[in-house]
Design a protein. Structure first.
Length: 227
């Protein structure tokens, strides 16, 4: 009985020590959290004070904050309401030389036409006014002409790109995923009607029941680099 009493006493003492340790750890954690929040709050207020002081100095000296040339804020007033509108413009690096793929290079026509359409789409999306859009498109046509592109081809590719379609161009269209068989080959400029020949004889595949189930869509041409 005496041994059992000592054992009970030691267990109760251990639980008290454990509770004391847990209570101490909890208080330390709470103090650390409060200290972190207070330090973060002080840093935030100091940052705001520095920004306010910097703006006051610039205002007293008559300085205006510089805005990038390709992006600025326009101030407009409509029916007594002041609106701040973000005006954007296509940005080109100062060292840009516009060395586009030359028209006489050995590339498939789809590559040349595709990059022209892609660059035109970029200009359409990044210019918020029709004036800057027309300016960049005119410069783009000039750079293409310098790289050997015929004027009639340029006009044909860019005929459907108008500033009125900018809203549609900014929308992200969801494309339906299709399983299409790629026809991989090396590009040969002497064989310009390869795609027409494939489509013309595609009925030979469709006439076969098993092949018709495997190849449901006509193939697409995929050119690999000549080695």
């Amino acid at each position: 009985m005496i041994t059992s009493g000592k054992s009970d006493t030691s267990k109760s003492t251990s639980w008290k020590v454990l509770e004391t340790v847990l209570s101490h750890l909890k208080s330390v954690k709470q103090k650390a959290e409060r200290g972190f929040v207070e330090a973060l709050t002080r840093f935030h207020y100091r940052h705001l004070e520095r920004q306010k002081s910097k703006l006051n100095k610039e205002k007293s000296k008559g300085h205006r904050r510089k805005v990038p040339r390709h992006s600025c804020i326009q101030r407009q007033q409509i029916q007594g309401t002041i609106l701040l509108i973000l005006d954007t413009k296509t940005h080109f690096k100062p060292m840009e030389t516009f060395q586009y793929t030359h028209f006489t290079s050995c590339h498939p026509p789809s590559v040349k036409n595709g990059f022209v359409k892609g660059e035109c789409l970029r200009i359409l999306r990044t210019n918020s006014s029709d004036a800057t859009f027309d300016e960049n498109i005119s410069n783009f046509k000039k750079h293409l002409g310098d790289r050997g592109y015929p004027q009639n081809l340029i006009d044909k590719i860019l005929s459907g790109k108008k500033f009125t379609g900018r809203t549609t161009a900014l929308k992200q269209n969801k494309k339906e995923r299709k399983e299409i068989l790629p026809f991989v080959t090396q590009y040969q400029p002497s064989i310009s009607n390869l795609k027409e020949a494939l489509l013309k004889n595609w009925h030979l595949i469709q006439n076969q029941p098993r092949l018709r189930q495997i190849f449901k869509q006509p193939p697409i041409l995929s050119y690999k680099r000549n080695l």
